[in-house]
Every structure is written in C-alpha cells, then in structure tokens.
Design a protein around this ligand. Sequence first.
Ligand SMILES: Nc1ncnc2c1ncn2[C@@H]1O[C@H](COP(=O)(O)OP(=O)(O)OP(=O)(O)O)[C@@H](O)[C@H]1O
Ligand SMILES: [Mg+2]
Length: 264
Amino acid sequence: MTEPEGSPPAGGTEAGDAPVLRTRGLGRRFGGLFAVSDVALALRPGRTLGVIGPNGAGKSTLVNLVSGHLKPTTGSVHVGGKDFTGARPWRIAHAGVARTFQIVKPFRGLTVADNVAVAAMFGPSPVRSPAQARREAEQVLERVGLGGRGGVPPAELSVADARRLELAKALALRPRVLLLDEVLAGLRPAEIDPALALIDELRRDGLAVLVIEHIIQAIAAISDEVLVLHHGTVLTQGPPRQVLSDERVVEAYLGHRYTRKNPS
Ligand SMILES: Nc1ncnc2c1ncn2[C@@H]1O[C@H](COP(=O)(O)OP(=O)(O)OP(=O)(O)O)[C@@H](O)[C@H]1O
Ligand SMILES: [Mg+2]
C-alpha cells in the first residue's frame, strides 16, 4: 500500500463538493474472471449513490474492495484524498468508512447493545468509557429501531433486526462514509419507508452514502445518482430517472427480474 500521509489530496480539498471517497479503475479477479472491473466512483458528503445490478454483478465485491475486506487486483481507493488502496479494513474504518455486511456478522457472544458499544469504543473517534459507549449504543439502537432490544443476544434477532444491528454497528463508528449492502432485505413492506427515511436522514446529516439494494423504487427514492453494475463493470451511471429508463438497464436488470417474476 502506498499512503502518502500529509500530501495534499488529489483533486482538491474535502470542502464543498469534493468526494470523500473515490475509486479509479477498481477491479478484482477471482481465478480467471474479474468479479469487478474498472469501477470509477465518487462519494460526496450529503449525497447517496445507489448501486444496483443482477445477482452476481459484483456489488458486494465492490463494497469489500472499498472497505479493505478484499484487496484490489487493479485500481485505487482514496479516502479524504489519501491513498488507501490495499489497506487493512481497520485502517479504512478509522479513516471514517463504515459498512454493513450482506451476511450479518455480529459478535455472537455479546449482547446486541455490547456489539454496538464495541463499535463505539473502537471507531475513529472512540468513546473511552464502557458506560459512555453503552449509552451511545442505546441511542444508536433507538435510532435504527432496535430500542429495548439491547439486552438480547444477536441470535434472537429476526433477519430484519439483524440487519438493523449491522447498521447500528456501522453508525456507532461515527463514519463519514457509509456503505450499505442490502440493509433493507428481509424488512416487511411497512418497515421499508421508515428505513429509507433513516438513510436519507443520515445523508442530510452529511454522510456520504453508498446503498446497494434490489428494490428499485427504494433506490430511486433516496439516491442522487444510481450506478448499474453488470458482469462487474459499470453499465451506466446517472440520475435515477435517467438510469432506470435506459434500455440497457431495463434489459440487464429490470427485464431480467421482471421476466423471472412474471414467466409467460
Ligand atoms: N471470494 C470469492 N471467491 C471467488 N469468487 C467470488 C468471491 N466473492 C465473489 N465471487 C464471485 O464474484 C461475483 C460477484 O459476486 P458478488 O457477491 O459481488 O455479487 P453481488 O452483486 O453482490 O450479488 P448478490 O446480488 O447476489 O448479492 C460472483 O460471480 C461471485 O461468485
Ligand atoms: Mg451481494
């Protein structure tokens, strides 16, 4: 990894509209195949980028490359203008990038509240006292809709609540970039709008948000831009309305799902 500490950020400062996270030419090969190839994206404070694409398109791999859970084969990842390409996950987390896992990853031996308190104690601006961390945890749990569930083990949570815990752990890091990998999956229809409202509130608080989701209407409602991954490459990127009416997207993604759900 090259990390020119102290060097001026490429392309200006973080003030204003500058990206807080940027990838260029990002790619990852597994065996002979690129799961993600040549992805350039920029996340800006107070903006949401929606990422869609069929199953296996490379969405989770992209998040893993950005968060340091996978090392890129090609390209770069910059956070706050500094090069974090190939950096370990904890270093990227300390730079302010938090993520959720599509397959939830709680500490099973800890209560729900302590899972969140641990995140509060080991984030970029760590809370030193366990009592204070627990108070923060309670606040975050309340915010994500898990108020009152802090005392139970994660194994007792429903699928939807386990995803809420993932979000709570990410938020307890007090990140400036939030990468959400299908946090709405498993929510009942009535639960989706409040979850979208929360994500939008986080954006308004100034976070840069990347949200992966299969529910197109949900993505369109909260995203400033939508990026479509297809076979690991960026098929197109732009304002939701424009992207979702793009014939290539309809064919690659919407059409695919539509025909699966509605076999003639
Ligand atoms: N660790 C790995 N080793 C080998 N292949 C992998 C690995 N991780 C992902 N892949 C492959 O990379 C491709 C992209 O997978 P990925 O999980 O990123 O897709 P996705 O868009 O998140 O799909 P989904 O919508 O099902 O979550 C798939 O073909 C997958 O099998
Ligand atoms: Mg995935």
